[in-house]
Ligand binder design. Sequence first.
Ligand SMILES: Nc1ncnc2c1ncn2[C@@H]1O[C@H](COP(=O)(O)OP(=O)(O)OP(=O)(O)O)[C@@H](O)[C@H]1O
Ligand SMILES: [Mg+2]
Length: 371
Amino acid sequence: MRCLENGIFAKTTVKPLSSVFDLSNEKKVVSMLVNAGEWFTVSGLRRTGKTTLVRSVANSFNVIPIYVNLWDIPAENISLDSCFELITNSVRKVAENRGLRKVLKIVDKISFFGVSIDIKVRSQISLTDAFRELCSKGRVVLIIDEVQELLRYSGAFKYLAALHDELAPSLSVVFLGSIASLRNVLERPESGPLYGRLSEEIVLKPFDEITSRRLLKAGFEECNVSIDDEIIEEASLRLGGFAGWLTHFGRICVLQHLRGEKIRLEKVLQHLEKEVILTIYGEIARALTERKKVTSYLRVLRYAAEMGEVSVSAASKLLGKAPSTAITYLKHLVNRGLLKKDNESYRIADPLVRRAVLRSEFEKEVKVRIV
Ligand SMILES: Nc1ncnc2c1ncn2[C@@H]1O[C@H](COP(=O)(O)OP(=O)(O)OP(=O)(O)O)[C@@H](O)[C@H]1O
Ligand SMILES: [Mg+2]
């Protein structure tokens, strides 16, 4: 069905711009920044549509997009070398698709695994050569997704800063991250090389309730599925305005309709929860990887889910730690998009994450996924 292939409810993160619902201002800004060869960040909670916005805009005009998703590297294998290797592979793929033989020849010589430091340094230089060669063919946009995974490696940012100085504005780099503000983090001392090289930050937020309803209505209309207004209203309330959940909900309804089933809200929500629960546990695990005292983080989340919110003093009492320590825990959870600060209290930002945290298997399922 076409509407599920490239329409509003389609799962893909590269869509025709008309299927990227709302966000007209963000589309304009991304397109303007990319065209100007700027380097910039896009931040926001998970499933607010960061990847879809940037990839869809970059694919809508005449540039060479290169997409690198650091989550393609399993958490246990992530290292500076594996990041460079991933970028190299993405460049290789683009060169293959476009038949760019000169680029392929350069890329073939590059190797980061199991080689001496000298060869790694030479490989970095060759990677820059490959980008330079690509830039001679047209404007290049490198999209680096899940950049929070890279923050530990200052070497990556030094490399990127040098790349900036050599190839911007022919090369534009967009950094995407599911953290509160990527730009704030990228300007910290350990990732300092990019300081002064980044222009504005785009922050995506969940849709408000009215926009969520409009998205669902437009998606169902596109798929020729008529659905009760009540279901649309209730789903807009329950899915917290997250584009990822709204479109996933839409897909399930459309598929049920195609099978001739009657669409029942509770059943669809249960189905959605079942399909996404393990992904959510995996995301929480990844946000807590390399943290000491994982159990304490999980207890704070559990408390916030049960009580609806958690304050600094409540977290401090719960953990038996000083308020300053409790703040460190809360800040990390906010930074990784799991909690949202609301005046003086912290809430779980995403209603489906909250439901996942409330389940009895929560702690066990997260812990088995932490590497
Ligand atoms: N504005 C939109 N219109 C239509 N579909 C959208 C929109 N934004 C996101 N989607 C859909 O929602 C899903 C999640 O979007 P996307 O992966 O871009 O979010 P994200 O913010 O990058 O999430 P994550 O932080 O998990 O990477 C995708 O299936 C995408 O097709
Ligand atoms: Mg994304």
